[in-house]
Write a protein that binds this ligand. Structure first.
Ligand SMILES: *Cc1c(COP(=O)(O)O)cnc(C)c1O
Length: 504
C-alpha cells in the first residue's frame, strides 16, 4: 500500500523536472516551445516600449494572476494567464524608443544562455558544484582583466552588478589600508580604533552605491568626501589633491579615491591617468567604477578613452549595462590577486584549506556571495556568437546616435543641452520655452506623458536642482530617425501642454 502511494507521488512530481532519456529531451523541448511561442506572440505586436496603462489598471490586471492555487495548472494555461498582465505590461527594453536608464536590450545569445544557466543550475562557489563552469569563469575574468590592461597578477570574479563590485572595492580598500597602516586585521578583529578618521574621495557625481557601501562597511556616510566636478562633469585631480591636503590638515586619514569611468547621468570620465599618478604618489587605493564605461573595452574607435584604467587597484565592470547582457551580470577586478585574499573565509564543507593545497579552485574564495550564478556563460556565448569586433562596433553605434541626438537638440533653440559633446551615450537636456514659468514642472510632465502613453521611455534627472530630461542610448538598433521622432514628440507634447501659448 505504502509503496503505491509513494510511486504515484513520484509520478506526479516527475513532469516538473528535467529528465534523462529521449522522453526527457522531448518533454523539455515542448515546454521551452510553449514559452517561446508566448513571447514571440507578444514581441510580434510590440509597437511601443510600453502599453501605456495606468498604475491602477496594471495592478487590477495583476490581481487576477497573483492568486496562487493549491492544485497544479498546465504551463500553457499559466502562460496564457500571465501573457497580458505580466509580459505585455512590462517595459520592453528591446524597443528602439526605450532610452531612459542604463538598462540595455539583451542580445539573443545572452538571453538564450539564461536558459542554459537555469537548466544546468551550476553553483560557482565550489569546484565540485561547477566543475566546468569554474574554468569558464576563470578564463573570462582573465580575458577581461587583460582587456583592462592588468598584468598576469590581476584577477577578478563575476558579481551581481556594479553595486556589489563597488562594495567589494570599498571593502578591499578599507581592509588593505588597516592592514598596512596599523597591521590591523579587520576580518578578524573588526574596525580599528581610529576608523572614524578614515576617508574615501569620489566625484560628487559618483554612483550612490559608493556611499552606501562605505556606510555599510561601518565607516559611516561621513567617510565619503565628495569632490566637486568641473563643467564637463569630471572630477578634477587638482581638486582631489586639495581635498586630500585639507583632510590631512584636519588630522583625517584619506585612503582611497573612486574614479568614475562613465557617470550614470552624463557618461563623463574622471581623469584616470592623472588620478592614478596622484594615488601612486600618495599610496592611495584607486578604485575605478566603470560599470558604464567598460562598454568601450571592445571599441576600436573609442577604447583609448579608458587609458589609465589599467593602473587602478580595483575595477567595477557591468556586462548588463553597455555590453548587452541580461540582468544580472557584472565583474570585479583587482590589479593584485593577493588582495582578494582579504575576502576569503574557509568553510569545512565547501572550501577547506586542503583543497587549496591540492590546487582545487573554489571561486567562493574570491566572492562575497556563496551560491552564485553561472553568469559568465552569457558573456562567453555572446563573445563567441557575435565576435569581439561586432560587439565593439555596436557600442560605437550607440555613441554616434547619442552624438547625433545632442547635435539635433542643440540646433533646436528651445532645448538646452547640458552635455553637448557626450563622452559616452547619454545626453542630458532641458526643454526651455521662452516665458514658461515652471520649466521643471513642464519637463517632468513631458517625461511622464511619454511614459504613460508608451510613445517613448526617456529619463529625468536633476541638474543643479532643476529637472532635466535624459536619453541613454544603449540599443544599437535605435536610429537617428528614432531619435528625431522622439525629439519631435517631446516638442509636440510640450506645445500641447502649453496650449500653443508661450512658444516662439
Ligand atoms: C549602474 C551603476 C552602478 C550600479 O550598478 P548595478 O549593476 O546597478 O548594481 C554603479 N556605478 C555606476 C557608474 C553605474 O552607472
Amino acid at each position: 500500500m505504502i509503496t503505491t502511494t509513494k510511486q504515484s507521488a513520484v509520478s506526479a512530481f516527475e513532469s516538473f523536472f528535467l529528465q534523462h532519456g529521449e522522453e526527457g529531451g522531448e518533454h523539455f523541448r515542448n515546454h521551452v516551445e510553449l514559452v517561446v511561442d508566448t513571447l514571440a506572440e507578444v514581441f510580434q505586436t510590440m509597437d511601443r516600449p510600453l502599453e501605456g496603462k495606468t498604475v491602477h489598471d496594471i495592478q487590477q490586471e495583476l490581481r487576477g494572476v497573483l492568486h496562487l492555487p493549491e492544485e497544479p495548472q498546465s504551463l500553457h494555461e499559466v502562460l496564457e494567464e500571465i501573457k497580458g498582465p505580466v509580459i505585455k505590461n512590462s517595459l520592453h527594453v528591446s524597443h528602439e524608443r526605450s532610452m531612459a536608464h542604463l538598462h540595455c536590450p539583451p542580445v539573443l545569445p545572452g538571453v538564450l544562455a539564461e536558459l542554459i544557466i537555469g537548466a544546468l543550475n551550476q553553483s560557482m562557489d565550489s569546484w565540485d558544484q561547477s566543475p566546468a563552469a569554474t574554468y569558464v569563469e576563470e578564463e573570462l575574468t582573465r580575458y577581461w582583466c587583460q582587456l583592462i590592461g592588468l598584468s598576469a597578477r590581476g584577477d577578478g570574479v563575476f558579481t551581481s552588478g556594479g553595486t556589489q563590485s563597488n562594495y567589494m572595492g570599498m571593502l578591499l580598500a578599507r581592509d588593505e589600508f588597516c592592514l598596512s597602516k596599523w597591521g590591523h586585521n579587520v576580518q578578524k578583529d573588526g574596525l580599528p580604533e581610529s576608523f572614524k578618521k578614515m576617508r574615501v574621495l569620489c566625484s560628487e557625481e559618483a554612483h550612490f552605491s559608493v556611499k552606501k557601501s562605505v556606510s555599510q562597511l561601518g565607516l559611516g556616510e561621513q567617510a565619503v568626501v565628495p569632490v566637486p566636478v568641473n563643467e564637463d562633469h569630471r572630477m578634477d585631480r587638482h581638486e582631489v589633491r586639495r581635498t586630500v591636503e585639507q583632510l590631512e590638515q584636519e588630522g583625517l586619514l584619506p585612503y582611497a579615491v573612486v574614479s568614475t569611468c562613465g557617470t550614470t547621468d552624463y557618461g563623463s570620465i574622471d581623469p584616470l591617468d592623472g588620478l592614478a599618478d596622484y594615488c601612486e604618489e600618495k599610496g592611495l587605493w584607486l578604485h575605478v567604477d566603470a560599470a558604464y564605461g567598460a562598454g568601450l573595452l571592445l571599441s576600436e574607435k573609442h577604447g583609448d578613452k579608458l587609458s589609465g584604467m589599467e593602473r587602478a587597484d580595483s575595477v567595477t565592470l557591468d556586462f548588463h549595462k553597455w555590453l548587452f547582457q541580461p540582468i544580472s551580470c557584472g565583474m570585479f577586478a583587482v590589479k593584485e590577486r593577493k588582495h582578494l585574499r582579504l575576502l576569503s573565509h574557509h568553510a569545512d564543507y565547501l572550501n577547506p584549506e586542503e583543497d587549496e593545497k591540492e590546487g582545487i579552485v573554489n571561486l567562493v574564495n574570491k566572492s562575497i556571495q556563496t551560491t552564485r550564478r553561472f553568469d559568465a556563460l552569457k558573456v562567453l556565448l555572446t563573445l563567441k556568437v557575435l565576435g569581439t569586433r561586432l560587439l565593439g562596433s555596436m557600442v560605437d553605434q550607440t555613441m554616434e546616435v547619442a552624438q547625433f541626438a545632442a547635435g539635433e537638440l542643440e540646433e533646436r533653440s528651445v532645448f538646452c543641452v547640458e552635455n553637448p559633446y557626450p563622452e559616452l551615450s547619454a545626453v542630458v537636456f532641458q526643454y526651455q520655452p521662452k516665458g514658461s514659468r515652471d520649466v521643471c514642472g513642464l519637463n517632468r510632465k513631458i517625461q511622464q506623458k511619454l511614459f504613460h502613453e508608451g510613445t517613448a521611455v526617456i529619463a529625468k534627472t536633476s541638474v543643479r536642482g532643476e529637472t532635466y530630461l535624459k536619453f541613454t542610448i544603449l540599443n544599437p538598433r535605435t536610429t537617428e530617425e528614432d531619435v528625431l521622432a522622439v525629439i519631435d514628440e517631446i516638442e509636440h507634447t510640450a506645445k500641447q501642454m502649453l496650449g500653443g501659448h508661450l512658444i516662439e
